[in-house]
Design a protein around this ligand. Structure first.
Ligand code: PLP
Length: 413
């Protein structure tokens, strides 16, 4: 009987290797590390990888589907400015993100703002800026109306719909069941009636069902349900539906055994669904809202081996990076069972001599684990550990202040 092989990480071939050295932006990682003050760990995002990803996606999708970038995935201002040249619009989760977005070449016309608990102050800022507010509740709708009246500006609004389905096999389900996000689909017709009586500019619908999905069939099913729901809700709309956000959900492979999505069946399915939708919504701009799919694969997190030790037979690479910089790679950002991100030693790529190691950080908790029993090229003190798939939900999704170590730097190359 043949022995079953352990599942492997997807190949991280978006980055070149030259002469045993991992490269990004045409430079060796060690060279970049030398440019970082105080030798602190850093994130580096590669523009060429981002461009290739966005262009491939745009080429694969029907031309009717516009790609928006969800800034929450990576709000680094230089990266967001770069994204402004690649996508049709931005989606925001806060006024902080709005400030970043409005500092780019993207016009407010193509920016929308979702998220529960928008304060009156935040609504005021968004209305003044002219971005579309994705309404999360009836109360928020009434507040937007009142604030608009006071400002003498007609707020642009869309209804965020909490669909009556969720995304199967998703990393994160954002719709279906009872949720703090959006207005339950069955209540939307009533809400639209009230919206029509208020001084609000109705833009359309935002239907977000989940994220980090690697199953083509579940994404296709969610698209079909979303298109049907949109056509049904459009019948109660007080005005033409100018925009329909069909959600995002496309995932990237993080863990052993996961593979990249095949866009072909997803695109084919959209092509098949579009004619029926177009019969009821001929001029609506259709948007897909993506974060990690666009930028996640472009990012590396880099830290240095400060100590190497053996404890009761296990080898530990003790680095200056860890959970406080990269919560999701440590497994503490929503993972039920901890799994390893893809890891490499930047200056020893492809070396034959390997050993089983744990990659840990400087914090006083065993949760500070970046790699658990991984087979890596034999690393020594001073070598650079790299974590792939770190372009989204890394830097800003991590508790930098925990234990007061220096924060990581960020580079866009
Ligand atoms: C409303 C909304 N849009 C976009 C996203 C981005 O998801 P992802 O980065 O997985 O594409 C999320 C993720 O939580 C979200 O809640």
């Amino acid at each position: 009987m043949s022995k079953k092989e352990a599942p492997k990480h997807a190949s991280m071939d978006q980055f070149k290797v030259s002469d045993g050295h991992l490269m990004t932006g045409g430079k060796r990682i060690e060279e970049l590390a030398q440019s970082i003050p105080d030798d602190v760990p850093f994130y580096v995002y590669d523009k060429a990888v981002i461009s290739a990803t966005v262009e491939n996606l745009k080429k694969a999708l029907p031309s009717d589907i516009h790609v928006h970038y969800a800034i929450k995935a990576n709000p680094m201002p230089e990266l967001v400015s770069y994204m402004a040249g690649l996508v049709t619009g931005f989606d925001l989760a806060s006024v902080g993100e709005m400030c970043v977005a409005l500092n780019t070449s993207m016009s407010a016309e193509h920016i929308s703002f979702a998220g529960p608990a928008k304060t009156d102050g935040e609504l005021t800022e968004a209305i003044k800026a002219g971005v579309t507010i994705n309404l999360e509740s009836e109360n928020e709708m009434r507040r937007a109306h009142r604030i608009g009246e006071k400002l003498g500006i007609k707020p642009k609004v869309a209804i965020r719909v909490n669909p009556d389905y969720d995304l199967k096999a998703s990393g994160m389900k954002m719709g279906g069941g009872a949720k703090q996000f959006g207005i339950d689909a069955e209540r939307v017709p009533e809400t639209l009636k009230e919206l029509g009586s208020l001084d609000l500019e109705f833009r359309g619908f935002h239907i977000f069902w989940g994220s980090q999905n690697l199953r083509e069939e579940s994404i296709m099913e969610a698209h079909e349900k979303t298109f049907n729901l949109a056509a049904q809700l459009a019948q109660s709309a007080p005005d033409t539906v100018k925009s329909l956000n069909i959600g995002g959900g496309l995932g990237i492979p993080y863990f052993p055994g996961e593979t990249r999505l095949n866009l072909e069946p997803i695109s084919e399915n959209l092509d098949n669904l579009l004619p029926t939708l177009r019969a009821s919504l001929p001029d609506t701009e259709i948007v897909t809202e993506l974060g990690r799919y666009l930028v996640g694969e472009s990012g590396l997190y880099v830290c240095r081996v400060i100590d190497k030790k053996v404890s009761r037979g296990e080898t530990f690479l003790v680095t200056n990076g860890g959970l406080h910089h990269h919560l999701s790679a440590s497994g503490n950002f929503g993972q039920v069972i901890r799994k390893n991100y893809p890891v490499a030693i930047a200056n020893k790529m492809g070396e034959k001599e390997q050993e089983l190691v744990n990659v840990v950080g400087p914090l006083c908790t065993p949760l500070d684990l970046l790699g658990n029993k991984m087979l890596l090229p034999k690393a020594e003190i001073g070598d650079l550990v790299v974590i792939y798939q770190s372009g989204a939900y890394g830097y800003t999704a991590s508790p930098h202040l925990f234990l007061s170590h220096p924060p990581p730097e960020q580079l866009l190359v």
